[in-house]
Design a protein around this ligand. Structure first.
Ligand SMILES: O=C(O)CCC(=O)C(=O)O
Ligand SMILES: [Fe+2]
Length: 345
């Protein structure tokens, strides 16, 4: 159950990156702490994360992608946006102002670099191939590619460590979720929310009418690890229905529980609703000078990593008292609600 929190907790995961390895006592403490935050807010900041790239480096990778000419980005567009393309799930989606002005974002999605071995037993006839390979710009148009692939691997490793701590917190062995990692379909998503003229800047009060760039939703998978820039705008709903801002904390990752993990945990963990306010136009060039990462100049940049199992993964509650669902079925049902997967047929 979500509680009436008014800010998000901060969890120090430093021990996970310690060269000597974390002690048993540290792991036990971390496991308990994660249980507490995921059972209450469902959202937290992780600090001292074991990743090779800092925020500046991660956002530079993302900006490198979005500053490519639109024509280059459209070469990577998913089939929903370019009928002659074969990629359906990985690749680029442009903004769709006509379809959803409160979901104004463009994005690029990549999955594992390693090919997926197992064939889907879920929906062989589906128009989305979740296991398809990544698509990349030709030649040297995106020098950040190898760094993005490394970031993906490191986020997958971090998420896997968190998952084994969650297994223990739920009274299971550390490797309880190992089958979830087989042919895992996690997605690293680069997101750009353009500035919107009518938006109030940053996070406003709960009472003011919010102009949104991402409508209220819960995430679908196990957990999400989010890099957000310093623009602001992410808000998380508490049990009283209030939107609580999740402001920028330098070098932190925002972590939250997805629907799948809420189900697997037997309802102990909560998949909390969240949304993103539209970034306002910068008032003047001077304001941009003061913005170290230049984020106001281009809107908001965020990089969520959606930690997800393989398509054929059998998902059931740790209590073993409910039915089960194949992950591929679960995610395809959820995709029908996502604007970037809306289709006209
Ligand atoms: O951009 C953000 O801060 C959040 C994005 C998000 O919630 C999502 O893509 O699921
Ligand atoms: Fe989300």
């Amino acid at each position: 159950m979500t509680t009436t929190f008014s800010s998000l907790p901060v969890v120090d995961v430093g021990p996970l990156g310690s060269p000597a390895g974390a002690s048993e006592a540290e792991l036990t403490a971390l496991s308990k702490r994660l249980y507490d935050v995921f059972a209450t807010t469902g959202f937290a900041y992780l600090v001292n994360v074991p990743l090779s790239y800092n925020h500046e480096e991660v956002f530079a990778m993302s900006k490198e992608f979005f500053s490519m000419p639109q024509e280059e980005k459209m070469k990577l567009a998913k089939r929903s946006f370019r009928r002659d393309h074969t990629n359906t799930y990985r690749g680029y989606f442009p903004t769709q102002p006509e379809l959803a002005s409160d979901n104004l974002k463009e994005g690029f999605e990549m999955g594992p670099a390693k090919p997926i071995r197992t064939k889907s037993i879920v929906s062989p006839s589906s128009k989305f191939d979740l296991a398809e390979p990544n698509v990349w710009p030709d030649g040297d148009k995106l020098p950040a590619r190898p760094r993005l692939e490394t970031l993906y691997i490191e986020l997958q490793a971090l998420a896997s460590k968190l998952l084994s701590l969650l297994a223990v917190s739920l009274g299971k062995p550390t490797d309880y979720f190992a089958p979830y990692l087989e042919d895992s379909l996690s997605t690293l998503r680069l997101l750009h929310y353009p500035s919107v003229a009518s938006a109030a800047s940053g996070s406003g009060s709960a009472t003011s009418e919010a102009k949104l760039s991402c409508t209220p939703h819960t995430d679908s998978g196990i957990l999400t690890l989010l890099h957000q820039d310093s623009t602001g705008g992410l808000e998380v709903r508490n049990s009283s229905g209030e939107w609580v801002p999740a402001p920028y904390i330098p070098e932190s990752l925002v972590v939250n529980i997805g629907d799948l993990m809420a189900k697997v945990s037997g309802g102990r963990f909560v998949a909390t609703m969240h949304r993103v306010r539209a970034p306002g136009l910068r008032p003047s060039a001077a304001a941009m000078d003061g913005q170290q990462d230049g984020s106001q100049a281009i809107g908001r940049i965020s990089v969520p990593f959606f930690f997800e199992p393989g398509e054929n993964c059998l998902v059931r509650s740790v209590d073993g008292d409910e039915g089960f669902v194949l992950y591929g079925e679960h995610v395809r049902a959820k995709m029908k609600t996502w604007v970037e997967f809306q289709d006209d047929n």
